[in-house]
Structure formats: structure tokens, C-alpha cells
Design a protein around this ligand. Structure first.
Ligand code: BGC
Length: 260
């Protein structure tokens, strides 16, 4: 098997992950021993509308551009059960009940494709290569982006498809008031936005009592501007993989056959 830059897709410690987000679809080959990218990350704007066909053909294009012919992991912002998409909060509603296994088989024939929720993928990557707090005890990993994604972890093991970004806090869905997209849309200061995040975390702490929150997503890059403002008693630590997490987790899932 030959791939980009002489990378051998047959080597077990390389994998490929593609992260499907609201604005971009990003893919890279991953060294599964280190969690580092091998070569460049390729990003293509998410087609609009982000229908299954349009997204799958963009994913296939990214895989082709990498000249990768091994297994592929793909993340989606959806509940994925037995490789069927069961929700579509920030993606086209036609994803609901799509057999993603069948869909990607058509676009990437003769190879194994594993699909999982984006936050679950990022949480698994953080456990393997990120903040060591993610590995120990009961942890709620959260991604702040277009929505709020969640991964529940117990000693590094995942309870998949938790969707607490949709939990109602003060009569509104958490992600409708405290995602980083909302911060941008409403032009909120870090102080104002942190107050909203804090309320959401208080509610999560009250209901689930994790030993720790790990916060990720693009906005974790500026964690010094908002994490110190949080008043929740539960420790809040910052994810270290940042925007690499989804891709790395997808590649891991494909290799370890972690399909939910
Ligand atoms: C979706 C989740 C996803 C999260 C982050 C939410 O709107 O329901 O499945 O993990 O956004 O993308």
C-alpha cells in the first residue's frame, strides 16, 4: 500500500481521521503511537446544505488527496448507534436514520470506515494523548464550538453518545446560550460568556457529579481568558489536543474498531 510521503497505510501505527464540522471538513494521517499528524492536514469547506451525499463525497476527496488507502475514521456531530446517524443538530436533518456505514462504503469502496460522534472522538484522543486528568476517574469532556459536545469518561472508558449540550439550563438548551458560536454571534465578552458557561457547568455538576471537567474546542486556546472566571467547585482543566482531537480520535476509532 502506498500513500502520501511514502507512508505505508499497512503499518499499524498509522491511521486516517476526518472530522466533519459545521464549517470545515478536516482530515489528516495520524501516527497512532504519538497522536501527531503525519504530513499536512487538509481542510475543505463543509458543503451547504451538508447532506449525507455532499459530505461523504468531500470526505472521500480528502482521503484521495492524502493518497490514503487504509481504514478511515470519520466524526459527525450526531448520535451514532450501530453506524446509523440518529440525530442532526448542527448538520442537515437528512442525516437522521442514514446508514453511515453504507453511505461511506459507496464513496470509499473496499475499505473499512468507522463513524463516531465528534465529541466522543475528541474525548478518546484526549484520553490517549492529552491532559492526563482525562484518564482518571469520572470525567466530563466538553467541546465548545458550533454546539457543545460531550464525552463521558470513566477511567478513560467512554460512555458514548451523551448529548448534554442539549440539556435545558434556565429554560434554554445549553448550547443555545453557551457554545462558542453563540459567543461570536452575540459578540459576547469572555466575562459574559464565561458566566453562561459557568451556569451550564454548575448544572452538569449538580446532575452528574464528575470528578473533573476537561474543556476543549477552538476556544480552549484562549482558556486563560475564561476558565479562571468559572466558579464551579469541580476542577476544570483544559484539553491539550485542541483542533487535532477530532481527527486523532477518528483515526484511533478506525484502527481499534471502536464503532459505536
Ligand atoms: C450535537 C452533538 C455534537 C456537538 C458538537 C451538538 O449539537 O448534537 O452530537 O457532538 O454538537 O459538535
Amino acid at each position: 500500500m502506498t500513500t502520501t510521503s511514502g507512508i505505508d497505510g499497512a503499518q499499524e501505527h498509522y491511521g486516517m481521521g476526518v472530522d466533519v464540522g459545521g464549517s470545515g471538513i478536516k482530515g489528516a494521517i495520524v501516527n497512532l503511537k504519538t497522536g501527531e499528524f503525519v504530513g499536512d492536514r487538509i481542510k475543505i469547506a463543509t458543503p451547504q446544505p451538508a447532506t449525507p451525499e455532499a459530505v461523504a463525497s468531500t470526505v472521500a476527496e480528502i482521503v484521495r488527496l492524502h493518497e490514503w488507502d487504509g481504514p478511515v475514521g470519520v466524526t459527525l456531530p450526531s448520535v451514532i448507534q450501530h453506524q446509523i446517524a440518529k440525530s442532526a443538530a448542527n448538520i442537515d436533518p437528512s442525516w437522521i436514520d442514514t446508514d453511515v456505514h453504507e453511505l461511506f462504503e459507496q464513496h470509499l469502496p473496499e475499505r473499512s470506515v468507522t463513524v463516531l460522534n465528534d465529541a466522543d472522538a475528541a474525548g478518546l484522543a484526549e484520553v490517549a494523548f492529552g491532559n492526563e486528568r482525562a484518564r482518571n476517574g469520572s470525567v466530563i469532556f466538553l467541546t465548545f464550538g458550533t454546539g457543545i459536545g460531550s464525552a463521558f469518561l470513566v477511567n478513560g472508558h467512554l460512555f458514548p453518545n451523551t448529548e448534554i449540550g442539549h440539556l435545558i439550563v434556565n429554560r434554554k438548551e445549553a448550547e443555545h446560550v453557551a457554545s462558542s458560536a453563540v459567543k461570536q454571534r452575540e459578540d459576547l465578552s469572555f466575562k459574559k460568556w464565561a458566566k453562561r458557561v459557568d451556569k451550564v457547568l454548575h448544572e452538569y455538576a449538580r446532575l452528574f457529579n464528575p470528578e473533573c471537567f476537561v474543556v476543549g474546542g477552538g476556544i480552549s486556546r484562549k482558556s486563560d481568558k475564561w476558565v479562571p472566571l468559572l466558579t464551579v467547585d469541580t476542577p476544570v482543566v483544559v484539553a491539550t489536543l485542541r483542533n487535532r482531537a477530532g481527527i486523532v480520535g477518528a483515526a484511533m476509532a478506525a484502527n481499534e474498531h471502536l464503532a459505536p
